[in-house]
Design a protein around this ligand. Structure first.
Ligand code: TRP
Length: 457
């Protein structure tokens, strides 16, 4: 049933296109503003070893689970569960994914919009003529209109790509943008590691400090690995449904994970040495997130010879990294509306982006007019961030591995990832073992812990 060719359904046209799109989803703000600091502050090389182990032993199997669900069903995240497990409530997992996409995109687009403001500030020269970067960011983010306008611009850019479809939109853009992103990061890395004092930063980043590792660090490494690969919400199920039947899914998952991890490490080489060379604030006192990219780094660029150019390049690459992620989230909702509610791609794109923007407005306004409005002690932005990254994504990932391990089952899974027995690999059975027994326990622990500890993912 599941392998019926789906007629003229849009799909990725090339292997590189699949990798560019999926790596584009994975490589985002998490790689650039979280990974470098989280790694440096939690044991450097020791954290890196844990992180890479989690990517390999948990991340790749979960990614493979999502790809195999989507490719087998040839449908959106919701429809996939309905088709593979008819007359059961498993479709609720797909529905959770659609909701998660809504929640993530509403605050992610706010932040993505900020990168455009900073790009413009960098180009106009305003950024490097500022003295107080904390005030500069506070002035901007508490403004009512400017952040909203940028957020809408960003949603519009996202919508244009998604509207153009899979081959002609998402694949075409990510195939250009991902290599551009790598080159631009490379440019900033070369500058950063050649600064005086950079060696100190590189050492701090890579030399393992096992004394900094504890239970929370281990959970953080797993949380960061899962968030970074964009697993747990159906993005990769949706993309998987556009992957051709002859694609070697295990190889593709490994290549995407390798690209994501390499870019995270490159981002660290871009950010950490420069901070060591120029920042007056100690790295242990910084927290990952907006403060790093909108307050600390502008000051670093200002102090750096040729900093204007690097500031422009940096904010441009940040916007590119965010865009290739936002399109993958919007596509989750668009594919759902299109296939489950019978809308055209155009209509689905408009409805999805407008309704997400409405929630996004609330997220953005939580820094200005709605700053006094709190639910469970969090403003709307923080609430959406916490609910989606900490809770919805981790439970989503948990349900997905349980689904593949216990419902879809070994023979269906092996049939799908081996392309009906064509690819023979001992790894396939090992991966299934992980999906069935190990991943649910590991993700289950983090899902429960993430309810209580903020900042795990
Ligand atoms: N992986 C993205 C990053 O590193 C963030 C992210 C998490 C994401 N889940 C997602 C992006 C789903 C797109 C879709 O920033």
């Amino acid at each position: 049933m599941a392998n019926i060719p789906s007629g003229n359904r849009d799909s990725f046209g090339s292997k590189f296109g699949v990798i560019a799109a999926a790596a584009g989803s994975a490589v985002g703000l998490g790689n650039i503003w979280r990974f470098p600091l989280v790694t440096t502050q939690n044991g450097g090389g020791a954290f890196l070893i844990l992180y890479i182990s989690f990517i390999v032993f948990i991340g790749i199997p979960v990614m493979l689970s999502e790809f195999s669900i989507g490719r087998r069903a040839q449908l959106n995240a919701f429809g996939s569960f309905k088709k593979l497990a008819p007359k059961t409530p498993w479709y609720l997992v797909g529905f959770l994914g659609i909701l998660t996409a809504f929640a993530i995109l509403s605050f992610y687009s706010a932040v993505a919009g900020w990168t455009l403001e900073y790009l413009v500030q960098a180009i106009s020269g305003k950024l490097l003529h500022t003295d107080d970067y904390v005030k500069n960011f506070a002035d901007f983010s508490t403004d009512v209109y400017r952040p909203l306008i940028w957020q809408m611009v960003f949603m519009f850019l996202t919508a244009i790509v998604v509207y153009a479809g899979i081959k002609k939109g998402i694949e075409k853009f990510t195939k250009i943008l991902m290599p551009v992103l790598v080159i631009l990061i490379g440019v900033v890395v070369v500058r950063s590691v050649s600064l005086p004092g950079a060696a100190e930063g590189i050492k701090y980043l890579f030399v393992p400090d096992w004394s900094a590792v504890n239970f929370k660090t281990v959970l953080m490494a797993l949380g960061q690995a899962a968030f970074s690969l964009s697993i747990g919400m159906g993005t990769l199920i949706t993309y998987g449904s556009y992957i051709q039947k002859d694609n070697h899914l295990l190889r593709t998952s490994s290549q995407v994970a390798l690209a994501d991890t390499s870019i995270a490490i490159l981002s660290s080489l871009m950010v950490i040495p420069a901070i060591f060379a120029f920042s007056s604030v100690s790295i242990d006192q910084m927290s990952p997130g907006p403060g790093l990219v909108f307050e600390v780094l502008p000051a670093v660029f200002k102090a750096m010879p040729g900093g204007v150019i690097f500031a422009v390049v940096f904010f441009f690459l940040l916007a590119v990294a965010a865009l290739t992620s936002t399109i993958s989230v919007l596509e989750v909702v668009v594919a759902y509306l299109k296939e489950e509610l019978g809308m055209t791609r155009g209509k689905a794109t408009i409805i999805a982006s407008v309704s997400i923007s409405v929630l996004g407005v609330l997220a953005t306004l939580s820094f200005s007019s709605l700053s006094g409005f709190h639910i469970f002690g969090l403003n709307i932005f923080d609430l959406l961030n916490f609910a989606s990254a900490n809770i919805m994504l981790t439970f989503g990932a948990l349900f997905i591995v349980v689904f593949v391990g216990w419902k879809l089952g070994k023979s269906n899974f092996l049939d799908e990832i081996s392309n009906k027995g064509e690819i023979k690999s001992v790894l396939h059975k090992i991966v299934f073992f992980i999906i069935r027994y190990i991943a649910p326990v590991a993700i289950g622990i983090i899902a429960v812990a993430a309810l209580f500890i903020k900042g795990l993912t």
